[in-house]
Each structure stands twice: as C-alpha cells, then as structure tokens.
Design a protein around this ligand. Structure first.
Ligand code: ZN
Length: 239
C-alpha cells in the first residue's frame, strides 16, 4: 500500500516537502508537524480515564523492565502507576475536550477598545516527538469586540492546549484560534517563547537557544498594532 502523503505546513526553504520522505529521527529533530489539530484516533474517549491509567501503567512497567530496572525495588515499584496517572490526569489532560475551560465573557462596560495584553503566562508542555518538556512563557493580546474575558481564563486556555503532546507552532495556533472563537474577534496575538528539553538535553544538546513562535490575526497584522504589542512585552516594571 502506498503510504499516505502528508504535506508539511512548515515548508523547507519555501518548498513543500513530504513527511514520508523523511526518517523518523529527522521528523523529530526538525520538529515537523502535520496540521493545526492534534492528531487523535477515532474513539479516543471510548475508554475511561481509569482504564487508560491501568493500560499505561502496564506498558510503562514493561518499558522500565526492558530498560533493566528492578520493579521490586520499593522506590521504583509505584512508578508505572504514578507515571500513568500523571499522563492522564495532569500532563495530557488537555487531550480531552471535556477539560476545555468554560469561558464566561463580560460586557465591555467601560468601552475599553484598546489592546489588552496578558504577558508572561508560564506553561509546561511536552514535545510530541520525544515526550520531554517544552516550557516557557506565552504572551497574549486582543482588542475587544465588545466582550472581555476574565484574565485567569487566558491562563487556563494556554494551559489547556499545553497539556497535550505538542509542537510549539501548533500550540501557538491552537491558543490563537480558541481566543478568536471565544472573544469573537480576529484581533488576537499570541507569542510564545519556550525552551525544548529535546533540543537542550539530547540531540543537538543546545542549552542556550530558545524558540519563539507567533500568531498575528486581524488588526495585529498591521505593523503599528503589532509593534505596540511587542513594545508592551519589553516593558520592565518593578512589581
Ligand atoms: Zn522533541
């Protein structure tokens, strides 16, 4: 059977390349991805969280034993269960749409129609190619279309999408699209500055680099609006 051809969203040197022409290490190390939606299999939520934890626990025990670890050791024997519970309930609970934050909007009573910037939202995610941490800061902005959102909800949206196996570009776009949807405006900006442990602790072992990705929608595509946002990010305030 001919393999499915997947065209990358991230063209290399301006040319579209095909993912199935790359080997799996190249896909991981170059952090290519296939689309904006997190690839989920059909029936992903047909089994309960408890059943998922049980399955992952079983398989993680196999991994540890294959690595040669002694699972009768008191320190190690609870690890498969701890990892399984952490995956399902914490690190990857953003895969489940039922965990999506419920957003309440408020009327914009003050007619504040300037840019609102929420900067420095800390997040922890994991690279979908290596399952090691990506962490950093997300900076968001929007211009109200007549509704405003509770500030804590911006953090919750970031963290919902971070709690998935991710690539940074997709995380950026997923956050931006959700903000556009809930705020009912195109005028949204998202900038993410993050560190990838798969780059720092393995592979190229570059501990000093960081990755910046951005999304500018609506008015933020205009240079002066974008520059205003970027200038706010430079503001250093003594809190
Ligand atoms: Zn990676």
């Amino acid at each position: 059977m001919k393999p499915k051809e997947i065209t990358l969203n991230t063209p290399l040197n301006g040319n579209k390349i095909l993912l199935n022409e790359l080997n799996i290490d190249e896909i991981g190390d170059e952090h290519f991805y296939t689309g904006i939606e997190t690839p989920m299999k059909f029936g992903a939520f047909d089994i309960s969280d408890e059943d998922k934890i049980e399955k992952i626990e079983f398989h993680f025990k196999e991994i540890m034993e294959t690595l040669g670890l002694d699972l009768t050791d008191d320190s190690l024997k609870g690890t498969p269960h701890r990892v399984a519970k952490m995956y399902v309930k914490e690190l990857f609970n953003g895969l489940d749409p039922s965990n999506k934050p419920k957003i309440a909007l408020f009327e914009n009573k003050y007619n504040y129609n300037q840019m609102l910037v929420e900067k420095g939202i800390a997040f922890y995610s994991n690279c979908e190619h290596h399952f090691v941490p990506i962490f950093g800061k997300a900076h968001l902005a929007y211009i109200s279309s007549g509704k405003v959102i509770g500030l804590s909800k911006l953090n919750r949206i970031v963290n919902y999408f971070a709690k998935r196996p991710q690539v940074q570009e997709r995380l950026t776009i997923q956050i931006a699209k959700e903000l556009q949807r809930v705020l009912d405006t195109e005028d949204v900006a998202v900038l993410i500055d993050a560190k990838h442990l798969c780059v720092a602790s393995r592979g190229i072992k570059d501990n000093s680099s960081a990755t910046v990705s951005s999304f500018y929608g609506g008015k933020f595509q205009e240079e002066h609006t974008r520059n205003e946002f970027l200038k706010y990010l430079e503001l250093k305030t003594e809190y």
